[in-house]
Design a protein around this ligand. Structure first.
Ligand code: HEC
Length: 194
């Protein structure tokens, strides 16, 4: 089959007269939509060039990167500021927060029940529901014992196991046990009137 055999004279195509292995080069007019998009991209490029390079209005990659870093630093700062504010009041508020208390109860069931009993009545560890406390009954005092433990007395430190958030949650749950006076282990420590 010769290349000429493929040319369809009824199409009236503007043939450039180049033929490569049967592939002819034509010079068709480009569709209007195609040309419109093409010229629009050229117009757009002037605007883009002016916005980012000449007038310097738009942020470049470095400025965006630095803005992102600054935002991350501000986030970190506000997070640690939030932690530093941990207080009796905040822990008491957590003990009113059913989601935190439920999360704390789940960890209590897993980690604390063997020593403090299913209802906080005590066993190896002291009764957490009676008014007697060895290390103090204030939320921050309980938080300290749960975080740091009492190595000499067999109370583990939980901060390294559970992390800050879960320690706060389990303390929130322990605060809900306070004053329930579940019969169990005999009183230990000082009676705390609240
Ligand atoms: C291996 C046993 C054990 C486990 C597990 C344990 N505790 Fe204790 N806990 C103790 C002992 C023993 C003490 C008493 C420490 C002392 O005499 O100074 C104690 C003390 C405490 C106190 C202070 C009580 C007071 O009278 O001042 C709190 C609060 C407490 N534990 C909470 C927890 C929580 C919450 C968990 C789980 C995350 C937990 N404990 C897991 C053994 C344990």
């Amino acid at each position: 089959m010769t290349p000429e055999a493929k040319i369809d004279p009824t199409l009236n195509e503007p043939d450039m007269g180049h033929d490569y292995d049967g592939i002819r080069e034509l010079d068709n007019k480009l569709p209007f939509w195609w040309q419109a998009i093409f010229y629009l991209t050229i117009i757009f490029s002037f605007g883009y060039w002016a916005y980012y390079h000449v007038l310097d209005i738009g942020p470049d990659q470095w400025q965006r990167y630095e803005a992102e870093l600054a935002r991350a630093e501000a986030d970190a700062a506000s997070r640690s500021a939030g932690k530093a504010e941990l207080s009796d009041e905040l822990l008491l508020a957590y003990s009113q927060d059913s989601a935190k208390v439920a999360a704390g109860q789940a960890d209590y069931t897993t980690f604390c029940v063997p020593c403090h009993g299913a209802n906080g009545e005590g066993g190896i560890g002291p009764n957490l529901t009676d008014p007697y406390w060895i290390h103090g009954a204030k939320p921050m005092e309980i938080h300290k014992i749960v975080s740091e433990g009492v190595a000499t007395a067999g109370m583990p430190a939980w901060k390294s196991v559970l992390g800050d958030t879960r320690v706060e949650q389990v303390v929130a749950y322990v605060l809900t046990l306070k004053g329930k006076n579940v019969p169990g282990k005999e009183p230990q420590g000082e009676k705390v009137e609240e």
